[in-house]
Design a protein around this ligand. Structure first.
Ligand code: SF4
Length: 875
């Protein structure tokens, strides 16, 4: 088929919870051309760097193409029968709670629905949990406590109509870039003010009026101070308060809360004045709030302030939880969390259980919550879970105490992993590997952070015999003895059933009701345009709670009395630093997709540790050194970045690197599995660790057209346009650098040119084959100083002079890539600012293109401009 002749298909970006619409056109060569959908209400055509680079991630080189059992390729029939038999045997011998599913916010709603139905309705256990537990479980719990349901009250349009946007624990500029651009556009259009509450100075601060560098765990104290100020300032909306209960208790708790914020009285007063004085205020919160042992209380401290002032459910105001994953919301809706039923119905409610059981004609239904993620992997470790199915996620890397979790999975009796690749830390531990279809090959729906349901559409054929997840799950359900319940012809049929079930939830007075979509035929489902729930016979979309109607039995919201609790672990003489973990701009989760893009990998090519200059000096650490970071649970080696963006005593490290890309950069190995008592969400941002300089005997940098077989104490691998690049370091210098290079690049026959200075401990090696540079290795006793981005372009070319480590004199060094879309380096932008008088982000864009496509790098360009202005002022 000539796919270039096909029209563009409307689909959804598979990365973050913004849920941007994309237009996809197959390029006829197995790839896909991607652009933002101008008609999608989440992004109106905008995409960030990750969404813009989606076309680079659909290659098939890394794909799992056939089921594997014990490392041996097999057919679907044998593989799925084995899965069904082993799960059934475990249930028969040890009961339904001896098995578990660990799923993912990457799943489409239809996949999620079938997984939840199979586990809760037919296996009869609630042991299904999702990696969304690590992302927004505290928001879910906070919503349920306050509203009676897990309801996001507002919509993205509120960001266009707000006069104040408060970002709490959210680096929106990097983690939800399109929403950040939307906020920045509102700032220009109506002068909206932005406040960032974050221990770190992040890219989001560049567009903010106020940055409150709060102490870790200080959020409850700050919002309690705000609640007190709301009361004292006469800003309580007494009329709206009739729709709530608990105000007096919440206020008393707030007034008695002596918790530390880490802020000055003047900062707190200025924030309270601004918040109280601005009616249209949206408080956006994310992982900095959720990933905490007091995450649920933090959420309720924020909700208390919005409820007390009635600033909820009206244009331009309200609390707003933004989700990390593309379908975290869909997972919440279908009941993908171990403590929820389906369609926001309650597992603990006998009437709800009976209704769902009747609807599904289910033989069994658990009456108590299952194991939440951390407890689930503890149960895997101690043998209570004997059969585990992991779907599209990588817990051996991403769970706290990741080394322990990896060992638990490795020791489990029977592990099934379904994924698009077998090259993940978790997939390598599986007894059965099932090849799943990937983003551009899948059909279904996802729900974004503002309750908009969007279609994801298949535009590429599945490779090999890969199958959609719903099909695998349904087949196992049929083979376990429930053929009628799992007899689905396709995602449209699953969606209809799900929508019909939500009508029952609507009859129980729950918020999640999309019964108005239960009559879609296949063609209407195919054509479904973005639709915000609820969708019933009488209502579609809109905001919740502006009318004062909530979902507790009495119809009222609850203000919760909350008090500051410190993070689970306190810094000590042994572990004196607090470690915050998070995301970088151009990578997603454990990089199984974004890591395939050379463009995205150019921004930050290895795991790093941000440390304050004072702490770095005390530890003898300089920029580009390597640091050993250790907690009670694990150890990592990370590249040092000395920056006052982090406070003294605090550190920041990214979450993305894995055993496949940088084995000593698996940061979750250091994170303790301490969880919030209500939500079960782990505290990923307040670990305590020790830091010291790695006593490396050598450092290396390598580029290669082919794979790099790194095995040193430290290595980090990244994709380039022509192959790979790697950072290396070791404790002992190899005897023979030429032999080491031949092993590293697997080039036993290549011609070698080598410059070695044994006295200085340096070596530079170029390996040529057929007149082309195949690989180059640069070694020094200190961090290697070469022009990495230039060298990364050379493998596969007839380049001469690679060993100089820098471009020819007539070719300026662009520096590390800042604008991923156009591959524009920092040096190019700085030179433009200094020599061409570029004074604004717009001027830089007009002259150099940087920042003019997705706009994700605009905060960093603004920071370069600000630094140039400061330099000028100082001169
Ligand atoms: Fe994808 Fe970026 Fe949009 Fe998130 S903001 S959905 S990553 S394009």
């Amino acid at each position: 088929m000539d796919r270039t002749a096909l029209p563009e298909a409307r689909s959804t970006c598979p990365y973050c919870g913004v849920g941007c619409g994309v237009l996809l056109r197959p390029d006829g060569a197995g790839g896909v051309i991607v652009r933002g959908d101008p008609e999608h209400p989440a992004n109106f055509g905008r995409l960030c760097s990750k969404g813009s680079a989606l076309g680079e991630t659909v290659g098939l080189g890394h794909r799992l193409r056939a089921p594997m059992v014990g490392g041996v390729e097999t057919g679907w029939d044998a593989a799925l029968q084995l899965v069904a038999d082993r799960f059934a045997a475990s249930i028969a011998e040890h009961g339904p709670d001896s098995v578990a599913f660990y799923v993912s916010g990457q799943l489409l709603t239809e996949d999620y629905y079938v997984a939840n139905k199979l586990m809760k309705g037919f296996i009869g256990s609630a042991n299904i949990d999702t990696n969304s537990r690590l992302c927004m479980a505290s928001s879910v719990a906070g919503h349920r406590r306050a509203f009676g349901t897990d309801t996001v009250p507002g919509t993205y349009e509120d960001l266009d109509e707000a006069d104040l946007v408060v970002l709490v624990g959210s680096n929106l500029a990097w983690c939800h870039p399109v929403l950040h651009q939307r906020v920045m556009a509102t700032k220009v259009a109506r002068g909206t003010k932005v406040v960032v509450i974050d221990p770190r100075r992040t890219a989001s601060c560049d567009g903010a009026e106020m940055h409150l560098a709060i102490a870790p765990g200080g959020d409850v104290a700050l919002f309690n101070r705000l609640l007190g100020a709301i009361h004292e300032g006469g800003a309580v909306d007494k009329r709206f308060l009739h729709n709530t209960t608990g105000f007096e208790d919440a206020l008393r708790a707030a007034m008695n809360d002596g918790g530390e914020t880490g802020l000055s009285e003047a900062e707190i007063a200025a924030f309270c004045r601004l918040w109280i004085g601005t009616e249209r205020v949206v408080t956006i919160y994310s992982q900095g709030v959720n990933q905490s042992t007091s995450g649920t209380d933090k959420v309720n401290a924020i909700l208390n302030c919005h409820l007390a002032t009635g600033r909820i459910g009206r244009p331009g105001m309200g609390p707003f939880s933004v989700t990390g994953q593309p379908n975290a919301m869909g997972g919440r809706e279908v009941g993908g969390l171990a403590n929820m039923l389906a369609c926001h119905l309650d597992l603990e409610n006998a009437d709800h259980r009976a209704a769902v059981r009747g609807f599904w004609q289910a033989p069994a239904m658990p009456d108590a919550p299952g194991l939440k993620a951390v407890d689930m992997f503890r149960a895997v470790g101690d043998g209570r879970i004997k059969a585990l199915w992991v779907i599209h996620t990588n817990p051996a890397v991403s769970m706290p105490e990741a080394d322990t979790v990896r060992a638990a999975i490795a020791g489990c009796d029977f592990v099934v992993v379904s994924d698009v690749t077998g090259a993940t830390d978790t997939a390598r531990l599986a007894h059965v590997l099932l090849p799943a279809t990937a983003w551009a090959e899948k059909d279904g729906t996802v729900t974004n952070s503002d309750r908009t349901i969007s279609r994801q559409r298949a535009v590429l054929p599945a490779p090999g015999v890969a199958r959609p997840d719903w099909a695998m799950l349904a087949e196992v359900g049929r083979r376990m003895g429930w053929p009628a319940a799992f007899d689905y012809a396709g995602p449209a049929e699953i969606f209809r059933e799900y929508a019909a079930l939500s009508g029952i939830a609507g009859r129980f007075g729950r918020d999640f009701d999309i019964s108005g979509l239960s009559g879609l035929d296949d063609a209407e489902y195919d054509a479904l345009s973005p639709t915000r729930w609820p969708v019933t016979a009488t209502r579609e979309g809109g905001r919740f709670f502006g009318d004062g109607a909530f979902f507790h039995g009495d119809g009222k919201a609850r203000l919760m009395p909350v008090a500051t609790r410190a993070p689970a672990a306190a810094p000590s003489a042994t572990y004196p630093f607090r470690l915050n973990t998070g995301r970088v701009r151009d990578q997603w989760h454990t990089m199984t997709r974004t890591g395939l893009s050379a463009k995205l990998s150019a921004h930050l090519a290895e795991p790093f540790l941000d440390i304050h200059p004072t702490d770095a000096a005390r530890l003898g650490l300089a920029a580009a050194d390597l640091a050993e970071v250790e907690s009670a649970h694990g150890r990592a080696i990370l590249r040092v970045r000395v920056t006052d963006a982090v406070q003294r005593g605090q550190l920041f490290a990214p979450i993305h690197w894995t055993g496949e890309t940088a084995p000593s950069g698996r940061i979750d190995a250091l994170v303790a599995a301490a969880t919030d008592p209500v939500s079960g969400q782990p505290e990923s941002k307040a670990s305590v660790v020790a830091v010291r300089r790695m006593q490396a005997a050598w450092y290396g940098f390598a580029v290669s057209a082919g794979p790099i077989r790194a095995a040193s104490a430290y290595w980090a691998l990244a994709t380039t346009r022509g192959g790979f690049r790697a950072e290396l370091a070791g404790y002992a210098v190899p005897q023979d650098w030429e032999a080491e290079a031949r092993r590293l690049f697997d080039l036993p026959q290549a011609d070698v040119t080598m410059l070695e200075d044994a006295a200085r401990g340096t070596a530079r090696i170029a390996m040529m084959q057929g007149g082309r540079l195949m690989a180059a290795l640069f070694v020094a006793p200190r961090p290697v100083a070469v022009m990495r981005d230039y060298l990364a372009t050379l493998p596969g070319t007839a380049a001469q002079g690679a060993l100089t480590g820098r471009p020819p004199a007539d070719m300026p060094d662009p520096g590390p890539v800042l604008c991923a879309c156009f591959g524009i380096g920092i040096n190019t932008i700085v030179t433009g600012i200094e020599t061409r008088g570029l004074m604004s982000v717009e001027a830089v864009g007009a002259a150099l293109d940087a920042g003019t496509n997705c706009g994700s790098c605009r905060p960093e360009i603004a920071a370069l401009l600000a630094r140039a202005t400061q330099r000028e002022a100082a001169e």
